[in-house]
Structures are given as structure tokens and as C-alpha cells.
Design a protein. Structure first.
Length: 367
């Protein structure tokens, strides 16, 4: 019997350790919350340690009191009957007061952190404000147009921010509840259809930070990813100006043929190829494809176009575009393109290999 209990205890301990390992507790993991790279994430980690260490102290004290009571009041013979107590006002006040005090100790810094998370410091620049809209299963990002306050710049699945500046974020959703989460910069905040939510984050150092939808939202919830790319402010401003400009239009014959297929196949019904739109306008069903050839990933983080230095490889980009166009459902199960576009639902309108090649050349030219 004792051997069975020991085996069970060992199994539970092993399972607990394994769970910790696979839930991003390792600091060097891309999505580890134990390696904060911004003030919001650092503040949230501080609250975690405050509650965790406090909880461990309470646990040790309670277990010590339990062991003490077991030893002191154990039965020493079958006729030994400890003194019976029927009510003790002092004891009841103590065990009511202690949890209340502990709750206050946890509650005060937690509420303070919640208010800290909600509103960005007043130091942020107007063009740093970010609007994030959740779709099944990708993220739409909008920036104020630095050239026209009545316009916005739209992109998808890849967001640039300036290092060292707080970035206010307005969150929304067009379909179901999503959740915006960049573990190394800030904890998750829900994106609810018909409601606005707010948060902010800031990156202390340049780099790539991995983001993820953290609220189950359907078949490809696990595939709803994005990247936050933090760069110096001058690089951010240059990137924003590039996004505000029209994508490069090549005169190459194959590219022009691809542009024709893009229109005739109905791609323009869901995807725009211009980033600047009226402020507050409703976006397309699918991601904005202007400058898509400059993005480090395709399909919301499913296909990487870049090398280890973050530079887009044209050959890899074209290979990924071809993979996606041939069978988007294989890359991201349940996506709307597979179930809604006629070229995938109507056998008579299926794209030929030649048309796919033309589309690949056209899309890979949009830089």
C-alpha cells in the first residue's frame, strides 16, 4: 500500500514538473512570461512572485501547524480522548482576521497593477497608438497615418513599435472573443465583439516578440499568431512612411499577369492592396496584402519568410506563397479562404498551376 502511494506521489510530481516545462516557464522560450522585456510585463511578473512567495509562506506555516497538531494531539492510547472544545471566540477571530489581512496584502498591489496596465503613460506619441482587430484567425493592425489625421494605415499579423516608448492599444473583434497576448511585453487582454478594450505595452530593447491569441476562438485558434518587432524610433518612423506609400508596382509581364489573375479570381473581394484607408472604416474579410512581400511571416505566423537575422528571403517567400495558394486549409485548417473563395469551392474555377505561379510573382512583388 505504501509503495502504491509513493508511486502515485512520484507520478504527480513528475507530471507537475513536465507541465511547468511545456507551459513556457523556461525563461529562454519565445513566449516565456519569466523573461519580461517591458515595464508592463515586469510589473505583472512582480505581482506573480509576490503572490507565489506569499502563498508558499502561508502553505509552509499551515503545514507546520498541521504537523504540530498531529504530533501534540495524537492519541497515545485507545482510551486517550483529547479535551473537547465547543467554540473559542479568540480563535475564530484570529482565523477570520488572518485571511482578511492576507487578502488585503494581495489585493492592493494587484489592483494598483490593473490600473497601471489599463492606461498608457502620457509620454506616448500620437502616431504610436495602435488599433488591433481580431479575426478568425488573424490580427489586423491599424496606425494613425502620419501624413493625414483622417486616414489610417492597415497591415496584418506583423506589428512594428518604437523601442522605449509606451504604445497605447485599442482592442476589438469582428467575430468571436479573441485575446491579445505578447508574453514578454504584457499579459493577455480580451477582444470582445461590439466592445472596446484597452491596454498598453513598451519594449525595453529591440527585437522580435511573439504574440498569440490566448482565448479559444475556433478550429485554428492555436494558429492565430503574430509578431511584434521593436525597432529604434527612426526605423519605426521610416517603416510607417513606407507602409503609407503604395506598394512597388513592377512592369514585369509575369507580375502583370498575376495582377490580372488577382482581380479575375475574385481576390480583391477579400484582400486590399492599399494600406491607407479612411479612419474608422470597416476592413476587408481577409488580411491587407499591400507590402505583404516585406513581411517576415505568412498566414499569421504559420510560414516563415525570413532567415535567422529577420531578413526576408525571396525564394522562401515564393515557396510559402505557393504552398498557401495550393491548399490554404492544409496550412491553417478552417480558414475562410478555403471555405469562401470560389477558386477553392468551385471545381470549375480552380486555379491552374500557371495561375498560381502568376499570383506568386505578383504577390512577391508587393514590397
Amino acid at each position: 500500500m505504501r509503495l502504491q502511494k509513493t508511486s502515485k506521489t512520484s507520478f504527480l510530481l513528475a507530471a507537475t514538473l513536465l507541465t511547468l516545462l511545456i507551459t513556457a516557464c523556461y525563461p529562454d522560450h519565445n513566449q516565456s512570461t519569466f523573461d519580461p522585456q517591458g515595464p508592463v510585463a515586469s510589473r505583472q511578473l512582480g505581482i506573480f512572485w509576490w503572490i507565489f512567495i506569499g502563498g508558499m509562506i502561508v502553505f509552509v506555516l499551515v503545514e507546520a501547524a498541521l504537523i504540530y497538531a498531529m504530533i501534540k494531539f495524537r492519541a497515545r492510547s485507545e482510551f486517550d480522548n483529547p479535551a473537547q472544545t465547543h467554540g473559542n471566540n479568540r480563535l475564530e477571530i484570529i482565523w477570520t482576521a488572518i485571511p482578511a489581512i492576507l487578502l488585503l496584502i494581495i489585493m492592493v498591489p494587484t489592483i494598483d497593477t490593473l490600473f497601471y496596465m489599463y492606461e498608457a503613460p502620457k509620454l506616448h506619441q500620437p502616431n504610436h497608438t495602435l488599433e488591433v482587430i481580431g479575426h478568425q484567425w488573424w490580427f489586423e493592425f491599424r496606425y494613425p497615418d502620419p501624413n493625414n489625421p483622417e486616414k489610417e494605415i492597415v497591415t496584418a499579423n506583423e506589428v512594428y513599435i518604437p523601442v522605449g516608448y509606451p504604445v497605447p492599444i485599442n482592442l476589438g473583434s469582428v467575430d468571436v472573443i479573441h485575446s491579445f497576448w505578447v508574453p514578454k511585453l504584457a499579459g493577455k487582454t480580451d477582444m470582445v465583439p461590439g466592445e472596446e478594450n484597452y491596454m498598453w505595452f513598451e519594449a525595453d530593447v529591440p527585437g522580435e516578440y511573439y504574440g498569440q491569441c490566448a482565448e479559444y476562438c475556433g478550429t485554428s485558434h492555436a494558429n492565430m499568431k503574430f509578431k511584434v518587432i521593436a525597432v529604434p524610433e527612426n526605423e519605426f518612423n521610416a517603416w510607417l512612411q513606407t507602409q503609407a506609400a503604395s506598394a512597388f508596382e513592377s512592369s514585369d509581364a509575369l507580375v502583370q499577369e498575376g495582377a490580372g489573375v488577382f482581380k479575375s479570381a475574385g481576390c480583391t473581394g477579400c484582400h486590399a492592396t492599399k494600406t491607407v484607408v479612411n479612419k474608422g472604416s470597416t476592413g476587408r474579410v481577409g488580411p491587407n496584402l499591400a507590402h505583404v512581400a516585406s513581411r517576415r511571416d505568412l498566414a499569421a505566423g504559420m510560414l516563415s519568410n525570413a532567415n535567422e537575422n529577420g531578413i526576408v528571403n525571396d525564394a522562401l517567400l515564393q515557396e510559402n506563397l505557393r504552398t498557401w495558394l495550393q491548399d490554404p486549409n492544409e496550412v491553417k485548417p478552417g480558414n475562410l479562404m478555403s471555405s469562401g473563395a470560389q477558386v477553392y469551392t468551385d471545381p470549375d474555377k480552380k486555379l491552374s498551376e500557371e495561375q498560381i505561379s502568376q499570383l506568386v510573382h505578383y504577390l512577391s512583388s508587393l514590397k
